[in-house]
Ligand binder design. Sequence first.
Ligand SMILES: Nc1nc2c(ncn2[C@@H]2O[C@H](COP(=O)(O)OP(=O)(O)OP(=O)(O)O)[C@@H](O)[C@H]2O)c(=O)[nH]1
Ligand SMILES: [Mg+2]
Length: 324
Amino acid sequence: MSFLSRLKNKVLGKDNQKEYLSGFKKTSDSLSKSAANLEKTFRKVDEDFLEQLMIMLLESDIGYETADKIVSELRQYDKEYIIASFSRVMEFVVESMANIYGQDEDQFSFINNDGIKVILLVGVNGSGKTTSAAKLMAKYKDEGHKVAAVAADTFRAGAIEQLAKWGERLDVPVIKGIENGDPSAAIVDGARYAKDNAIDILIIDTAGRLQNKKNLMIELEKMKRVLQREIPGAPSAVWLVIDSTTGQNGISQAAVFLEATDVTGIILSKMDGTAKGGIIIAIKNTLNLPVVFVGVGERTEDLIPFDIDSYLNSIAVGLENVRK
Ligand SMILES: Nc1nc2c(ncn2[C@@H]2O[C@H](COP(=O)(O)OP(=O)(O)OP(=O)(O)O)[C@@H](O)[C@H]2O)c(=O)[nH]1
Ligand SMILES: [Mg+2]
């Protein structure tokens, strides 16, 4: 059975297909358009073709290194020009992406699973932290967990109220920091609230102020230190929120956070607004961190657990549309 048939079989029974196909629609449509153009001139896998393919991959924001890897593998594989069909080339591309991504270990597992699970959300300003916090509050509450959140963004005016409003709407308690106050004080309050009220999952929203690595490190270290004093072993997860529309730029900004603290996973927001879905492969390849969730809209239900097969299938759907 071909790779793509196997992929199709794998995702067939999954109930997330509608969300994936709509969340990655811009990526898939854009790939479909460029693949259609590419097919018109396709005769064989020669250097001209590989160059065009490289451009198409770069446009999806898969990153230079990854695009180069795929193109080099294809060149090597088809030295004798045996591939005669364009759809076989596209299959090769998707299969290479699968190999580069590899298999995630269980990306949803938390560190220190026994006690209160604390999720710390970090990321640059506007990346989607507060919205993702609200989405996580809704998700875990729906699953039957006892959830609370900490509005620890004391830096941006209105940030605390933004999360507090979500809390009211979702009926999830939000422990509020004080504007211009110390975010760590809010975290202590939140941790104590969680202990006193038998909370299962505590979500901490932080400020996205752009700062240098040293200051960021000091601030995050302090947050963790005060948190650990209240809840030993916390946080169970540190998720870095990256705006997928910022592409490779977002990845470089992310690198600062990786140097400043132990990030355990990525939330990729705003996927619905971009054709640059290749960024998932780039993130895995350059940051070597699992994408845990993908944001595909502004509603609380628009957060999908990342699943590599469904993702690859939504890419493949775009590439296959070419023949229709
Ligand atoms: N379309 C779409 N918009 C999103 C998504 N996630 C967040 N947004 C929007 O992006 C904007 C910024 O989101 P926030 O959650 O406030 O970002 P933040 O990281 O908390 O920003 P700061 O608090 O300023 O650092 C808001 O208008 C959100 O509605 C998503 O998955 N899809
Ligand atoms: Mg925010």
